[in-house]
Every structure is written in C-alpha cells, then in structure tokens.
Ligand binder design. Structure first.
Ligand code: FES
Length: 179
C-alpha cells in the first residue's frame, strides 16, 4: 500500500551502522542477487538501530549500496513498516485486515482512541504510546492481534488490551497481562 508522506527534514544526526549491524549488513550482501535488493533489509537494520528512519540513514544506505538516494527514499515511502518520525515508547500496530476485521479489531481501536486519546498515525503527548493500523501481520489464526514492543499480542479482547495498556502506563511489564 502506498502512502503519500510529507518530505522529511534531515535530523542533523550523522548515521552509520553499529558494529553489530555492520556485521549483519555484511551477511546480507551475498544473500541477495543485486545491491538494490538489499535496500529493504538494510533499511530495516537502520530502523532497528535508530527507532525510525532519518534522512541521514537513507543517504547512508544509498551510499553503502551504491544506489541513487531516490531509490531508497521510494522504498521508505512505500512501506508502512518504515517510520520517518520517532514513535512512542510503545508503538501499537493494530492489524485491520480480514481475519482481524472479522474478529473485531474495530473494538480494539475504539479502546485505544478512548483510553489513550489517539487515532491512527498519532502519538500521546507524553510520548508513551503511538498507534497505527497496519495490514495483515501473518498471525491471522490468532486474530485479532497487534504488534507492540517487538512482539505479537494475540487473541486480543478489549479487556486484555486494556490490561496491557494499563501495565505500560504503570511501568509494569505488559507481558504479564498476555493471558
Ligand atoms: S488478518 Fe490480522 S494478522 Fe492476518
């Protein structure tokens, strides 16, 4: 799905892969038929490192892969999984595709909007939560589900999601509420 986004400004912070990511990057290269095909996984590494993709990171990836910067920018523009702004501490990606839709993701969205006061694409003023609706995350058998804090939260109900959000708000590990 394509998203028109506003042009993003440079962050002013230089970017280079960490030693760990440099090693991962080196492993990526032989796995793909062309350097162009490495753009996507390389951007993913950059995002994991910084939390979001900066202009400097895009330019860096372009340089490292000897690709035009515009090709890298286009990939970031196209895929919703790439964030060009810092997300909240807990970034909620709620699936809205068929199985999750049939099993009531709308109620979960309602809870987020009511409880956190944010809609899709927004962040709470304290920076604790950000929220977006995403397409199928491949966990349809356990719909409705979301991704947050680098893990999947499955078989969600409004009550369970509320417990998870409360735990985050109170600084507790929300994993304790995943039952
Ligand atoms: S439809 Fe939601 S995970 Fe596939």
């Amino acid at each position: 799905m394509s998203h028109a986004r506003h042009a993003i400004a440079p962050s002013g912070k230089p970017f280079a892969f960490s030693p760990d990511n440099e090693a991962k990057f080196a492993q990526l290269l032989p796995k793909y038929p062309t350097k162009r095909a490495v753009i996507l996984p390389a951007l993913w590494l950059a995002q994991e490192q910084e939390g979001h993709i900066t202009v400097e990171a895009m330019e860096y990836v372009a340089r490292r892969l000897e690709q035009p910067a515009v090709a890298v920018f286009a990939v970031v523009e196209f895929y919703t999984m790439f964030k060009t702004e810092p997300t909240g501490k807990h970034h909620i990606q709620l699936c809205r595709t068929l199985s999750c839709w049939m099993r009531g993701y709308q109620d979960l969205q309602g809870l987020i909007e009511r409880k956190l006061g944010i809609g899709p694409g927004e962040k709470t003023p304290d920076g604790k939560f950000s929220f977006e609706l995403v397409e199928c995350l491949g966990s349809c058998g356990t719909a409705p589900m979301m991704r947050m804090d680098d893990r999947y939260w499955e078989n969600l109900t409004v009550e369970k999601l509320e417990r998870i959000v409360d735990a985050c708000n109170q600084g507790r590990d929300p994993a304790g509420e995943d039952h």
